[in-house]
Design a protein around this ligand. Structure first.
Ligand code: IMO
Ligand code: MG
Length: 473
């Protein structure tokens, strides 16, 4: 007789603007997972994994590559760039890791076509996109057909008829070239390359939409890994400065090909000093609008790490100008994009946003990375660790993030200062060894947001982590 044991499914999401260190938390708690699945986004994600002396930034393949028994699934809510995916597979195999019979692409997932990337390069500048063709790919998915032209191509459509796929892709490139007067493109070559790259993925094609459901039914555990983060959600994020997919926890069950009945836990990941790449509202940003403009200069390419590392760090940190303090904290925290290398905008921990996102995503367990960075505030002239605990909009205190961009820009953060940490915590591994100021900060955050903190990151290395769940006295 078949076993009656049902699998469980967990969802891990970022609660701020991305880059909270989702992959390292996943890596800490992945143990009982049988499959790690992506449900949104594409190669715009940048998930850095470190194991021993091996390090790799994953963009399309789910984290979990270092665990050979864990399967990797890319769900139907994703958009897949074949060329980038093949490159990534190669990089992973160069580390001595095999993906054969481990990696699966959903039949319903859409392919990022060459014209999507061409268009993103032209149209995505106002947002500061990652140039992965994400917006145009999701737009074409919603558009479906334009006149007689098929716009959206799924993995299944491709393998059902690669010859037809070739002509669809070619026509779409031609249309883009014509509409935007793009020159220097060899359409046939680009379309042929796309077809070859996609054929290269054939061994990973998963034709059966019941794949995850069957696994869960037979007792296997599914771990959904969110890409981007909830403030970048295309509906409830800081629209229009968002990505084009749904990034909230519930999206795991619309883009992940599993029914909701297996859901058992939602894990949220945040960062103790926040960051954002690309444009858009960021109420707790150091230096506000000036920082946004500074970081956006030359598409984000003006102030990369190599440039800022020559600055006088102590002078920046001690500055009365919060823009400069932010730059200093960025250098100390090494906050530069994993995908694009752009400088990330830096801001105070914002508990209004964090509370809202924990509530709306029913977060059961919260992890906060870069807790050690709170000690960097000691090197500034700020009177303590700044934490945003409320907003003021048009003279009124509010406890939610305004929806309109204009309202966000009029919103002032209400800041409370917690006592500086009395010692560096990057070598601490147990909750009990944390200085009292860190324990108090943890309690303060939990109190304000009504969600339990299960762990904190205290440095970039894999073992620089303090597990808290259940260990508190
Ligand atoms: P992970 O998974 C941080 C941002 C881009 C841009 C906006 C839209 O590593 O947290 P897109 O290319 O998606 O159309 O860009 O969203 N963005 C991210 N920021 N982390 C990410 O992924 C991001 N993916 C997209 O910077 O502002
Ligand atoms: Mg990233």
């Amino acid at each position: 007789m078949e076993s009656t044991k049902q699998g469980k499914s967990r969802v891990l999401i970022g609660l701020q603007y991305g880059d909270e260190g989702k992959a390292r938390v996943l890596d800490k708690i992945i143990d009982d997972a049988d499959v790690v699945a992506r449900f949104n986004g594409g190669a715009n994600a940048g998930h850095t994994l470190v194991v021993g002396n091996k390090s790799i930034a994953l963009h399309m393949i789910p984290s979990g590559i270092f665990h050979p028994e864990i399967k990797l699934y890319v769900g139907s809510g994703c958009v897949v760039n074949p060329e980038k995916t093949n490159k990534e597979i190669e990089e992973i195999e160069d580390l001595g890791i095999s993906l054969s019979r481990r990696l699966y692409f959903a039949a319903n997932a859409s392919l990022v076509q060459p014209h999507h990337i061409l268009l993103d390069g032209i149209l995505g500048k106002g947002i500061g996109t990652t140039n992965n063709g994400i917006g145009p790919a999701y737009a074409d998915k919603a558009l479906r057909i334009e006149g007689k032209r098929i716009k959206n191509l799924r993995v299944a459509d491709f393998f059902a008829n690669p010859t037809l796929a070739y002509s669809i892709v070619k026509e779409n490139i031609e249309q883009a070239i014509e509409s935007y007067s793009i020159s220097g493109i060899n359409t046939a070559k680009l379309a042929t390359k796309f077809v070859e790259e996609t054929k290269g993925l054939e061994q990973y094609y998963c034709p059966n939409p019941l794949f995850l459901e069957n696994m869960a039914m037979s007792g296997k555990n599914v771990f959904f890994e969110g890409a981007q983060s909830v403030m970048l959600d295309v509906v409830t994020g800081t629209v229009p400065y968002v990505t084009s997919s749904r990034t909230i926890a519930a999206a795991a069950y619309t883009g992940g090909d599993l029914s909701m009945k297996y859901h058992s836990q939602t894990i949220g990941v945040a960062k103790a000093i926040m960051s954002r790449v690309g444009n858009g509202p960021f109420i707790s940003e150091f230096g506000g609008r000036r920082s946004e403009d500074y970081c956006a200069m030359d598409g984000g390419n003006n102030y990369k790490r190599e440039v800022e590392s020559n600055y006088d760090l102590e002078k920046l940190l001690k500055s009365e100008d919060l823009l400069e303090v932010g730059i200093g904290l960025r250098i100390l925290g090494n906050e530069y994009g994993a995908t694009t290398k752009r400088p990330r905008r830096i801001g105070m921990l914002d508990l209004v946003m964090l509370r809202q996102n924990c509530l709306l995503n029913s977060v059961d367990a919260l992890y906060i990375n870069k807790f050690d960075c709170l000690n960097d505030y000691k090197r500034t002239s700020l009177p303590g660790i700044p934490i945003v605990t409320a907003y003021r909009l048009n003279g009124k205190i509010i406890d939610y993030m305004p929806v309109a961009t204009e309202d966000c820009s009029r919103t002032e953060p209400v800041v409370e200062y917690l006592p500086h940490l009395s010692q560096d915590i990057s070598n601490v591994r147990n909750y009990n060894d944390l200085p009292i100021e860190a324990k108090d900060a943890i309690a303060f955050i939990e109190n304000k947001i009504g969600t339990k903190i299960y762990g904190i990151g205290v440095g970039p290395e894999r073992e620089q982590f303090v597990n808290i769940g259940g260990n508190k006295e």
